[in-house]
Design a protein around this ligand. Structure first.
Ligand code: ADP
Ligand code: MG
Length: 225
């Protein structure tokens, strides 16, 4: 069944939230944490003050995480629009995620066989893919597994499959995907899937989720060429 209908009303919230987030938030965050790190090394800082600085740094890191999870939701920029077959974005994001996969004993398999083109914002698609890969790897945390990325074409549509051998989800859990701040992770932002649904909706794609608790999850994204 199509998950698009289910998530469509959430997308309004997405654009509203996105409008208030910009690349500029990153700079003050970086500057502030830089100065706090310097302060933390000072010999005049007592242990209690040190503890406050560390909490502040931790909170800044969390803010940074939130920003990076949905930075790409900012309005599509014309210079980012491409007419292409996803190969560049698939290769780029796969290489980007490999160190994170290795760190979690996850093996990455990759197949690309698509000649169909479509128009999309390359930054948004990259962010969407990264968020999906990150979730897949995090679902295999502690025991490792395989992340399979597969792009193919089927009757004028581009099919992207992202499969993991992780913890899996129940029907109920699947229905909550993309809901702002829904996260089962201690350090999660619950914004990653919001970005995914938003980006795919913009290119009129559909997302199908197949999952089995304890076995793994497959996201099948179908995009009209
Ligand atoms: P976050 O990763 O910060 O928790 P997301 O929006 O990216 O937020 O994901 C929301 C939740 O959906 C996750 O906390 C997790 O419970 C679930 N989830 C997403 N992808 C997967 C997956 N591949 N396998 C299992 N659970 C998943
Ligand atoms: Mg996530």
């Amino acid at each position: 069944k199509s998950e698009r209908f289910l998530h469509s009303e959430r997308l309004n919230v997405v654009s509203e939230l996105a409008a208030s987030v910009s690349h500029e938030i990153r700079n003050p965050l970086t500057v502030t944490s830089g100065f706090l790190q310097i302060l933390n090394k000072s010999t005049t800082v007592n242990p209690e003050e040190k503890r406050y600085i560390e909490i502040a740094l931790q909170e800044l890191k969390r803010a940074e995480q939130i920003v990076s999870d949905y930075l790409s939701l900012a309005k599509p920029q014309s210079e980012n629009m491409v007419y292409s077959n996803f190969e560049t974005e698939m290769e780029y994001t796969k290489n980007l995620i490999i160190p994170y996969a290795t760190m979690h004993q996850v093996d990455v398999q990759y197949y690309f066989n698509n000649s169909l083109n479509t128009k999309y914002d390359k930054n948004q698609i990259q962010q969407c893919l990264i968020n999906l890969y990150k979730n897949a790897i995090e679902a295999m945390k502690g025991k490792g597994g395989t992340l399979s990325l597969d792009v193919s074409e089927k009757k004028k549509t581009i099919v992207i499959k992202i499969k993991d051998t992780g913890v899996g989800m129940t029907k109920e859990e699947i229905s909550r995907l993309g809901k702002p701040y829904y996260s089962t992770k201690e350090e999660g932002t619950g914004l990653g899937m919001l970005v995914v649904y938003s980006a795919i909706d913009k290119i009129k794609g559909k997302i199908e989720v197949k999952s089995e608790k304890g076995k793994g999850t497959t996201f099948v994204i179908t995009i009209p060429a």
